[in-house]
Each structure stands twice: as C-alpha cells, then as structure tokens.
Ligand binder design. Structure first.
Ligand code: AMP
Ligand code: ZN
Length: 116
C-alpha cells in the first residue's frame, strides 16, 4: 500500500471506480478515459510501481493477472480478442505509477506500430 497512490486508493475503495472484477489479490476497473468501447485495467492490490520493480516474488501474481486478462475480456464482450498494454516507467509512457494492465477492445484496434 502506498499512501498517495491513486490506484491503491481505488483498490481500497477510497476513490470510486467502475468495478469489473475483484478478488483477494487483484482489482479491475474501467478506465476513466477509454480509448476504445471496452477499456479497463487490471491491477494488483499490493502496491507495485511497474514491471521494472517486479522480481521473482511477484511471479505468481503476474502470472495470475495474465491468465485472468482473457477471462475478464470475454466477460466484457471481447470474444474476438483484445489488446493488452503495460506501460513501464516514464520511458514507456506510464502516467500512474502502480502497475496496471490495460485491456482494450471492441472497436477498430489499429496496428500498434505503423510501418512504411
Ligand atoms: P498509464 O499511462 O499506462 O499510466 O495509464 C494510466 C491510465 O489510468 C490512463 O488510461 C487513465 O485514463 C487512467 N486513469 C487515471 N485515473 C483514473 C481513475 N481515477 N479511474 C480510472 N482510470 C483512471
Ligand atoms: Zn499503488
């Protein structure tokens, strides 16, 4: 837990969110500023800044999150697939410094990188 972390506060219910899923380890909620018809985030309840700060002790938690992502995506209507994005650190465009997996879909999802 980190006192001033907005996602810790969301996971603790201190800041309102539109919940998608919750269990003892993780919390999922809709992004406040969605980039597609379905856009939610899956976070660990424990404060972890990003993948850069993750170590072996987080392996089970990270594995659980990756395995949960397709289940939650399907529940949210993304039967045809979805995009996952994890921004890590300022160099990765991360803005909220509590690890989160963006799960995005439902519209036209362009290629990640434009070539040519
Ligand atoms: P990132 O750039 O990967 O750190 O993504 C941060 C995401 O958090 C952005 O997509 C924001 O729209 C989203 N966000 C920030 N504050 C909130 C909030 N209070 N509730 C839901 N989503 C939020
Ligand atoms: Zn946090």
């Amino acid at each position: 837990m980190s006192e001033n972390c907005i996602f810790c506060k969301i996971a603790r219910g201190e800041i309102p969110s539109r919940k998608v899923y919750e269990d003892e380890n993780v919390y999922a909620f809709h992004d406040i500023n969605p980039v597609a018809p379905v856009h939610f985030m899956l976070i660990p309840k424990q404060h972890l800044v990003s993948l850069v700060e993750a170590d072996e002790s987080h392996a089970a938690l990270l594995g659980k999150m990756l395995l949960l992502a397709p289940k939650l995506a399907r529940e949210q209507g993304l039967e045809n697939g979805f995009r996952t994005v994890i921004n890590s650190g300022k160099g990765g465009g991360q803005e909220v410094f509590h690890l989160h997996i963006h799960i995005i879909g439902g519209g036209i999802i362009p290629p990640m990188v434009k070539r040519g």
